[in-house]
Design a binder for this molecule. Structure first.
Ligand SMILES: NC(=O)c1ccc[n+]([C@@H]2O[C@H](COP(=O)([O-])OP(=O)(O)OC[C@H]3O[C@@H](n4cnc5c(N)ncnc54)[C@H](OP(=O)(O)O)[C@@H]3O)[C@@H](O)[C@H]2O)c1
Length: 235
């Protein structure tokens, strides 16, 4: 992979970009306010990171769609067609506005993103880990305390591309199946963010220290997950 496009330069986008720069992968970041609004972040990320437009980021080989769930369909599909696009978004009805099909558990959030972007190979990834824990848990390939992230995609090829990228960024990853099954690591399900906490009972997850979760721990959480009532989701 030559360059990573990151659309959305907030908590998740900047965390992923930081790992990419550390791995020697050039990154083009974009947001809604234009490249100049990213000057401070680009300076902090250092050589390898540049700011661009959404079109610039979309033109890269693999793209991360690190925008709020409500913005996923505002990003043009055309330039992304045929590409692997990582989707870390989550749907919280109290925050994002109610979508009946999601509240009824008719489809998963990532299936909504896939439907909005036909021909784009959506891979749900980086959606079940808190942004501050991404740099805390990234480790080189083969490290004994490496963490595993689940990915889901309707395209096995795209899932494999994402897994290869995650490996370079510092994580093992497992393809858990199609997007329709990604509820197993949606909010409040067993394989969501708390599996990467040193103390899974804490109140404030974001400030709590992370702890590695290996493949067996993640597989066990995916296995015991039961589908949550999305309409009642509160955290
Ligand atoms: N934060 C976490 O720990 C975490 C963990 C797992 C999953 N997630 C999910 O990941 C997604 C991103 O979360 P976040 O916390 O990174 O959000 P965030 O910090 O609010 O950042 C969102 C970014 O998206 C950009 N953006 C919004 N609309 C856009 C558009 N139409 N085109 C291009 N860029 C756009 C924003 O740009 P401007 O600032 O210029 O508007 C901003 O840079 C959410 O769905 C969230 O639920 C977050």
């Amino acid at each position: 992979m030559s360059t990573l496009g990151v659309i959305g330069a907030g908590q998740i986008g900047s965390a992923v970009a930081r790992l990419a720069v550390a791995a020697g992968i050039p990154v083009v970041l974009a947001n809604t306010r234009g490249p100049e609004s990213l000057d401070a972040l680009i300076a902090e990320l250092g050589d390898g990171a540049t700011a661009g437009t959404v079109a610039d980021a979309s033109a890269q080989e693999i793209v991360v769609l690190a925008v709020p769930f409500t913005a996923h369909d505002q990003v043009p599909s055309g330039p992304l067609r045929g590409k692997t696009v990582l989707d870390p978004t989550n749907y919280y009805p109290y925050r994002d506005g109610r979508i009946a099909e999601l509240d009824d558990n008719g489809i998963t959030a990532s299936e909504t993103v896939q439907r909005a972007h036909p021909g784009v190979h959506i891979v749900k990834a980086f959606s079940n880990i808190n942004a501050p824990h991404i740099p805390q848990l990234a480790r080189p390939t083969g490290s004994p305390d490496r963490s595993t992230l689940p990915v889901a995609s309707d395209s096995t090829h795209a899932a494999m591309e994402a897994i290869d990228l995650l490996d370079r960024l510092g994580f093992d990853a497992i393809h858990t199946g199609p997007l329709s099954a990604s509820w197993r690591f949606e909010p409040e399900a067993a394989a969501y963010t708390r599996i990467y906490l040193a103390d899974p009972t804490v109140t404030d997850e974001m400030t709590a220290p992370a702890a590695p979760a290996d493949e067996s721990k993640v597989r066990a959480a995916l296995q015991r997950a039961t589908r949550v009532d999305v309409a009642q989701r509160t955290v």
